[in-house]
Write a protein of this length. Structure first.
Length: 87
C-alpha cells in the first residue's frame, strides 16, 4: 500500500527569491544545497551541509514540508511522514 503525505494542507509558500541559507549567512558559514520551508518560507541548508539548518528548522518549529530550490529539482520532502510527496 502506497503511503501519502498527510500535511499538504500546510503549504502556504511555494517560491522564494532567496538563494542563501539564512542561518549560515548569520554565522558566516557555507552550505551545499538549499531547502525551502513550504509553511513559512525559511530557506535552510540540506542535511549534506555541515549545519543542517533545514532539518533544524523543522525540529525547532515543526513545519513538516520542504522543497528543494536547487536548479532542476522540484521534489518535496515531508519530515513528519518521512517521504517524498507531490506538491
Amino acid at each position: 500500500m502506497k503511503r501519502e503525505c498527510t500535511h499538504l494542507d500546510q503549504i502556504k509558500i511555494t517560491e522564494t527569491d532567496k538563494h542563501v541559507c539564512e542561518d549560515c549567512v548569520k554565522t558566516g558559514d557555507t552550505w551545499v544545497h538549499l531547502r525551502l520551508c513550504l509553511t513559512c518560507g525559511h530557506v535552510g541548508c540540506c542535511d549534506s551541509s555541515k549545519n543542517r539548518h533545514a532539518t533544524g528548522h523543522f525540529r525547532a518549529v515543526g513545519h513538516p514540508l520542504v522543497r528543494s530550490i536547487e536548479p532542476g529539482e522540484s521534489w518535496v520532502w515531508c519530515y513528519k511522514d518521512e517521504l517524498y510527496c507531490e506538491e
